[in-house]
Design a protein around this ligand. Sequence first.
Ligand SMILES: [Zn+2]
Length: 234
Amino acid sequence: MVRRKGYIFVLSTTLILCFIVMIFTAVSQSSVMTNTTESKKNSVIVIDCGHGGEDPGAVGVNNVYESDVNLSFGLKFNDILKLNGYDTVLTRNDKNDIADKSLDTIAKRKKSDMYKRLDIYNSSLKNVAISIHQNIFPAKSCSGTQVFYSKQNPLSKVLADNITTSVVSNLQNDNERISKESNGIFLLDNAKVPAIIVECGFLSNENETYLLCDKEYQKKFSYCLFQGLMNSNL
Ligand SMILES: [Zn+2]
C-alpha cells in the first residue's frame, strides 16, 4: 500500500505539473494571439462620451442625465473593442469633463472642453472618432437612433451608414432614419479623421429611456457599433 501510495503520489504530482504547464502554455499562447490581433488593427478608436462635468447634456424622463448614459454606453463599447484587440482612447472615462477649470465662465470652459476633444480626435491619422450622445425632442413619441457624419473624410459616411444598418437590423426594425451629414456640429466639421456622432436614442421618450438605461441594451447596442465598425473595415 505504501508503494502504491508513493506511485499514486508521483503520478498525481506529474499530472498536476503537466496541468500547470498546459495552463501556462495556454495563457502564453492566448497573450501571443492577443498581441498578434492587436498588431493587425490599424485604427485607434476614439470614444467620445458627450458632455460630463458641469454639462449634463439633455435631461430626460425621470431626470436621467445624458452625460451619465453616454458614459455607460462608451465604457461598454470600450470593453468590446479592447476584447477584440483594438487600441482605444476615451476622451473621458468618468463623470468629469475635460475643460480647462482655470477659465472663469462656463462658456469658456465648455469651449475649451470641445477644443480638447477635437485635439484628441486629430491627434493621430490612425484615429476613428465615435462620439456618443442621446437625443431629446418636444414630441415625446420620437424614438430611434440617428447617426451624423463628418463631411471632411469620406469614411465617416461609410461608418455612419454601417452603424445605422447594424442598429436597425438588430435592434430597431421600424427605424427609418438614415445617417445625416453634419452641418454645424463643431467636432464633426473640424475633424480630420473619420468621425461620427451616434445619438443612440431619445431621452424624451419614456419607453426608449428605459432601454437606454438598461445595461443589457447598452451592451447589445455597443455590439452594433462594433459590427458597424467591422463592416467598414476600420
Ligand atoms: Zn449630447
